[in-house]
Structure formats: structure tokens, C-alpha cells
Ligand binder design. Sequence first.
Ligand code: ADP
Length: 398
Amino acid sequence: MSKTLAVNAGSSSLKWQLFDMPEEHVIAKGIFERIGLQNSLSTVKFGGETHEREIDIADHGQAVMLLMDELIHFNLIHDFRDITGVGHRVVAGGEFFNASTIVTPEVLEKIKSISGLAPLHNPANVLGIEAFQALLPDALAVAVFDTAFHTTMPEEAYRYPIPTKYYKDYAVRKYGAHGTSHMYVAHEAAKVLGKPLSELKLITAHIGNGASITAIKGGKSIDTSMGFTPLAGVMMGTRSGDLDASIIPYLLKNCPDLESAQQLIDEFNNKSGILGVSELSSDMRDLWAAVDEGNSKAILAYKMFVDRLKKFIAQYFGVLNGADALVFTAGIGENDTDVRSDVVGGLSWFGMEIVPELNVRGADGIISTPESKVKVLVIPTNEELMIARDVEKLKVEH
Ligand code: ADP
């Protein structure tokens, strides 16, 4: 038995889960928030208890040090060497990585070199990897890429219809994201449906703060809504999703507040989506509170959100030429019963119908009627487990 950490490092946060492998038993999990800011917060959960601690954490290195101290303090490990593997979520793997990979100095350099493909995420993922390598040099470090699952997309799906030189010389193409989650829920959906994944056509909808829709045929991603970066596709918490690229030079020319294309892209990444339209919050729960009060901006943001989801899902019925099931997952997909019923209700022509009594918060499994031609499922995602499994696999092969 060995212990494996699954790590998801963001720019100011670091989520972790400690597993006993290969038993897949979760020993503990937690999150560091507000790293680099004042009043950083560490939360550790195990055995039904939650331990919170407010403490200033300057950087990811200090967060990892604190994590190790806490794991020892709570008797969850006895020695740093108990942890034999650390799996890191890395958002962009570009065309380099079609599977999870042991982190070598060369691999780390490649991940850094493609930071432009996920500017919000890859630099933070690298900080996480380096912080753990410094403290746990003997543990096997593995990078698990959000893009790897999508490397099976056919060229007609991943290429943009722009001059070929931009693909050949600059690697501009669709890479997608959330691959680990789409792959996990596809496997779980096949179990629930009682059919081999190789025989299924699925549309998976990962709808959290970030959101993406994927068309999966025989277990392989054949199209997905995110693009060159995680900015593309459906409307999200703070991201615009798809836009007409002509907006960029137009606004740069006409809007005096804007000084650079980068500034505008930051607006599209961080200040758009539900936040930009509602002018209130990026969080769906806050949006609902405002919708319930009749706030017109919040109502518009909600309608736009559902509209974009319906369009992408409808598109993938076309890409797949029909589907066996639509699968909802992630924060909104798992919990928001209205989003599910509005999306499915608006696509009833495709042969989907939800049973209202089954469409409850935290549902797990089929929520559609027996007559529904396309089954509708809710599957809680578990990217951490997928990461731990990949570490285990590479440990065995190592
Ligand atoms: P990410 O991992 O991309 O940060 P999550 O998958 O955790 O995001 O999803 C966060 C989103 O899920 C937020 O918009 C949050 O409001 C929403 N969410 C969580 N719980 C609920 C709920 N009970 N009802 C509606 N939305 C919810």
C-alpha cells in the first residue's frame, strides 16, 4: 500500500487529495486558498471532520510545506516518504502529450513552453509541480493533462479554417480542456447504462465555473467546445466562450480604456460570462438569488448561459449523428436542477425527457424517463481519482 497525492494548483489556490493506492481510498483532502494574499486559508478534511486554519501563505512552496506539516500533525502520514507519488493536473499539454507523463526536467520545460495555451492555468500548475519536487524529491511526479483525452479529435474538428501556416508554424488549433473529467464521466456513464463504452455515443457536459461540452464516440473525444485555450465554447462563470474575433481590433480601436489585446483577453477570461452580463457575480448560486429577486441582468445572464449550452449540445447531436446519452457533471451540472431541466426541456425534440422527481440536487445516475430515446445522466466527476489512478499506473510501469 502506498500513498498518492492528487494536486490541482491554481494561481492562488492548491487543492489536494491523499489516497491509499491501489485501494483508491481517500485518506484526506483539502484546499489552500488565497495563497500570496493576506488571510490565506487551509482546509483539511478527514474522518468526517473539517479543520480550518487561517495563516498567511506567501507562495506555493510554503503551502506545500504547511501541507506536509498538517499531514504529519493529523497523523495521516508518519514520514514524508510515505507519499510515493504526486499527480499534478496540468491544463494544457499542447500537441506534446497524449497521455499522463512522468515529470522529467524536459517535460517540465515543455509544459512551461506552452503556457500561452492556458495562461491562467499552466504557470500555476508548474508552481505546484516545482513546490512538491523540492519537498518530496523521491516521490514519482506525474503530469495529468486536461488536453490528453482530446488528442483523438479528427483533424476536421481540431483545425481552424484559417491559413494553414498558423497551424503548421504556430500550432494554432483546438486542444480542448477538462479531458480528465469528460473521460471519467464517460466511463462511469457506460457502467450505469450497462453497455461497453466502445459501443456508445455520448455528449458530456462539464458545467462548473469553467464549462465545456464534449462529443464522445466509442470512448474517444471527437469534438469539444473549448478551443486553442479554455476561453472558447459555451458561456462560463467569468469567460465569454465563443466570440467573433473581429470584436478585438474593433474594441482596441474604439474603446479608449483598452491599451492592448492582452488586456481585452483578460476581460474575456476574467470579467465576462455570467459575471460580465449580470454585473453581480460569477457564481451560479449568487445568480439564482438575484434571478429570484427579479434582477433583469441576472435573468438575461441565465438565459444566455442556457442558450449557449443548448446550442453546443445540439451541435454535437449532429457531430455524432445522434447520441445514446447526455451526461451532466461538475458544480452546476451536478447540482443545478433548473439548468438541467431548461437545457433538456429546450432540446426535447432530440428525444430527451427528464423525470422531475429524479432531477434532484446531487442526483447520481439516470434522470430521464424510460421512454427517453436519449438517456440523461448526472455523474459526479472525480478528476482526483483519475489523477491518482494514472500515477499508480505509471508507478507500476516505472
Ligand atoms: P470549478 O472547479 O470550475 O471552479 P465547480 O465545478 O466547483 O467549478 O463549479 C462551481 C459552480 O457550481 C459555481 O457556479 C457554483 O455556484 C455552482 N454550484 C455549486 N453548488 C451549486 C448548487 N447547489 N446550485 C447551483 N449551482 C451550484
